[in-house]
Each structure stands twice: as C-alpha cells, then as structure tokens.
Design a protein around this ligand. Structure first.
Ligand code: ZN
Length: 466
C-alpha cells in the first residue's frame, strides 16, 4: 500500500492524501493551499493523473480540504466523490463561492496590474470557474456515518463524525493488502468536545496507520465556556469607543457559532442594542443548510430550535443578501458588529470592511479563528505596522483582538484525548495539517511521551506501507 502526501504537509492548508492499494487509487480530500508561499501548489497538476483515480473521500466542506476538487475534475477525474449528506450540501455552497471569488479576484488583479503596468506572480485567470463546480457536484455521492462501504478490491471505508463542523468526518480505510488486513485512519479536522451544534469527535481504539491533523498541536484554547463573556467585553468596549467590531468569519460553523453566542448576548442584554451584520452570502447559505440538516445537530442544538429560540434570528441581526446591502453597512450609524468572509482575510467582502476600519483606532478587528502564516489575517494579528488591502497600503491603527475558544479544532489537550483512545500504538503516526514547527513539536512530544513511531511528512513525500 502506498501513501502519499499531496498537501497539508508541514503546512495547515491543502489537505490531500493519496492511497494506492491493489490497483485502487483513492484520494482523501482535495484542498486549496491558502498560505501565500504555497499558492503556486494550487496551479500544479495533481501528482497522479486525475483520470486514473477511482474515488475521492471528502472529510468536510472547508476549502482547505475541498477547494481543489473542481480543478481535479477539470484535470479529468470522473469517479465518485464520497462524503456525508451535510457536507455535500455545504460543499455545493462553498465551491460555488470559491469559484466566484477566484473569478472576481482574477478580474480585479488583471485590472489592477493593467493600471500599474505590471504582471503579477500568479496567472490572472481563475483557478477554476463556476462551470467547473457545476461539473463537480454530480460526482458527489452520500455516505452515512458509521456505515462500512465497499470501494472494491478489498477496500472498505467508514465515515465517522469528526465533531469539527456540520457533516465533518474522519475516514477509516480497511485494506486487505497482500493478505494483510490494515486499517488507515485519516483524522480530518478533529473537533473540540462540548461545542455548539456539533457532536463530540469520534475516537478510535486501533489503527495501523494514522494521519492526524496538528493545527493547534502546541496550544490550548481559552476555556470555551468563556468565549461569550470575552465576545461581550470586546463588543461593549468598542461600542463605547464609537467604533465597529469587524470579525473575519469563516462561513461554515464559525458564523453560526458566533450567531449562537451573539443571540444569547442580545437576549440577556449583555451588550447594548446594535446592528449585527452577517455580510457573507456563503455564511447565509450555510446557515440555511444547518436548518435543513438538523439530523446532524447535537441534542442540545435540536432542543434549542425546538424551544423557538432560533440562534439565527435575533433582534438587530441583519443577514445581508445583496452587494448593495453590503455597501450600506459603510454608512450605518452607531456601533456595529460586522461578520464577513473570508476567515483569514484572503478574499471576499471582509477586505472592504477592513479597508474602512483598519486605520480607525476606535474600531476593533476581532479574530475568532485560526490565521495561517503569511495570510493577511496573520499579518494583522501580528500587528504589522501597515498592510496591503485591495492594492492600498494602510496603517493598522484599529485595536486587534483575538478569542481562541471559538475554534472548531481540537486544542493540544483535545488532540491528546483523541490519541488516548488508541488501546495500542499505531504502526506509524503521520502528523500533518499544522505549521511545520507546530507539527514537529507535536510529533516530538508524542514520541517522547507515548514512544510511538511518528513522522512529519514533507510535501509530495511517498511511503510504502506494509
Ligand atoms: Zn476544517
């Protein structure tokens, strides 16, 4: 059995793993590379011919796991993309949004470069288009949690709830290879225990090989029980200063989690009455998907909806529907909370809100999600004196705040809890999906504390597993 790492190797984004066994060719995830130094990886063809692949297993709809699928389809993939029903629903929204952003960014860049009389480092054409997405979605087939499905040639797959975002899964492959039965677990993104909306992450008691994420491998989050209090504090302080709270928001799960907490802050009058904008077409659509797939929600969330306290409808909340409504936020009076995508400020409407607020000392840029190295979000978070937004160099004068407890990712403690469930050490653990130093530190700690065999694979590294 061959295992190769086509992404998320010493980087947080670009999840894409390749398994070849008994002539069956499987890819787990096809994610966008979002860190600036690795963007060119998006333009390289898949290292194996896409037309030769049999199946793609998709852990969840986040773009760093799914955002290259339309390109893989354009390269000739015509097999099945297997994933859960909620992921399939959110995937259609996420990919369409991604294609539109790619098309808009390419057009915008082209215009800017023409004006400046220069050519950019990357091609001014979209990576893929909405037509490519339309060709991708018919390939998607649904897999239920906990069901074993045959992929043929002695390989079965089981999707298990990852507790990360709605519909997210861990993927377990059972392979009969040269008479040996081997189990390979791909953790996908591991969720936190006790989060709104989603169930707790599944755990495994045994596996021969494990490919595990390490996003927060070296840090613990703030107590998730305190995020609401911290959020309320930031909003009250900023409102008092007369500024806006601008929150770069991941459309999937984070926007809904924010609304969950904001609805409670509003209903308990912990913050003054104010306008709260969700300015993200994608977040709006994903919110509707949450309402469609209540079978994926945890028991607590189902009870909340049943009681009539819908966290997606509260006084002051404006879910923006048109670009005109989005522009109207700029002239809104009084303090406001603006949630907009993308979550790492790499594209989308957040850039416009940042451009208008980043030089205002009375406003706050509030980060509630992971900011990968070399993204605009990370630059702001690390308080670069000035940043480039939409071609303008702007000083960072706004307050910059961060609340970690929102994370849909397991922190160091939760990752350890996930590992604790294994009754016996896997033959080999591959640590992926983390900044290089974080992944290395986590690997080192697991070797030291558990005496497991741990690898931190490099981009395009290939392993022959026995
Ligand atoms: Zn994710």
């Amino acid at each position: 059995m061959k295992l190769a790492f086509f992404g998320a190797a010493r980087q947080v984004t670009g999840s894409c793993y390749y398994v070849e066994t008994n002539g069956l060719k499987v890819v787990v995830d096809g994610g966008l590379h979002q860190e600036r130094p690795f963007l060119e990886r998006n333009w390289a063809p898949l290292p194996v011919p896409a037309r030769d692949l049999d199946v793609i297993l998709l852990t969840h709809a986040h773009l760093d796991h799914s955002g290259l699928l339309p390109k893989i389809v354009r390269e000739g993939f015509s097999g099945t993309i297997l994933t859960t029903a909620a992921t399939a629903d959110i995937l259609a929204i996420a990919l369409m949004d991604s294609a539109k952003i790619q098309e808009e960014d390419a057009a915008f860049k082209k215009k800017r470069h023409q004006k400046e009389g220069r050519t950019g480092r990357h091609p001014e054409v979209p990576l893929y288009t909405t037509e490519d997405v339309q060709a991708t979605m018919p390939l998607v087939e649904e897999a239920a949690y906990e069901e074993s499905l045959s992929l043929g040639r002695g390989v079965t797959v089981r999707f298990r709830d990852a507790g990360h975002i709605l519909g997210s899964a861990m993927v377990e492959l059972r392979v009969s290879d040269n008479g040996n039965l081997r189990t390979v677990v791909f953790s996908g993104d591991i969720g936190q225990w006790d989060m709104p909306f989603v169930n707790d992450p599944s755990v495994f008691e045994r596996a021969d090989y494990v490919v595990m994420e390490s996003t927060y491998g070296d840090r613990d989050h703030e107590d998730p029980g305190r995020v609401e209090e911290l959020l309320g504090g930031v909003i009250r302080d900023t409102a008092q200063a007369g500024g806006n709270v601008v929150i770069p928001t991941f459309a999937i799960e984070r926007a809904q989690d924010l609304m969950f907490h904001l609805s409670r802050l509003v209903r308990t009058k912990a913050i003054p009455p104010m306008s709260v904008y969700l300015d993200s077409p994608m977040a709006r659509e994903v919110t509707e998907a949450f309402e469609r797939h209540d079978e994926f929600l945890d028991e607590e969330a189902r009870k909340l909806f049943a009681s009539g306290e819908n966290p997606f409808r509260f006084p002051g909340l404006v879910i923006v529907r048109t670009p005109e409504e989005s522009k109207a936020i700029n002239t809104a009076r009084g303090p406001t909370v603006i949630m907009a995508g993308s979550g790492m400020c790499t594209g989308g409407r957040i850039k416009h809100h940042l451009a208008l607020n980043i030089a205002r000392p009375e406003s706050t840029i509030l980060f509630v999600g992971y900011q990968a190295r070399d993204t605009l979000g990370r630059q702001i978070l690390e308080k670069a004196p000035q940043v480039r937004i939409l071609g303008q160099l702007l000083p960072v004068r706004a307050r910059v705040a961060k609340i970690n407890g929102f994370s849909a990712h397991a922190d160091r403690k939760a990752l350890a809890r996930w590992l604790d469930a294994y009754r016996t050490p896997p033959r080999r653990l591959f640590v992926t999906h983390g900044d290089a130093d974080v992944a290395r530190n986590m690997a080192e700690r697991i070797r030291r504390e558990r005496r497991w065999t741990v690898e931190v694979p490099e981009y395009l590294e290939v392993w022959d597993l026995d």
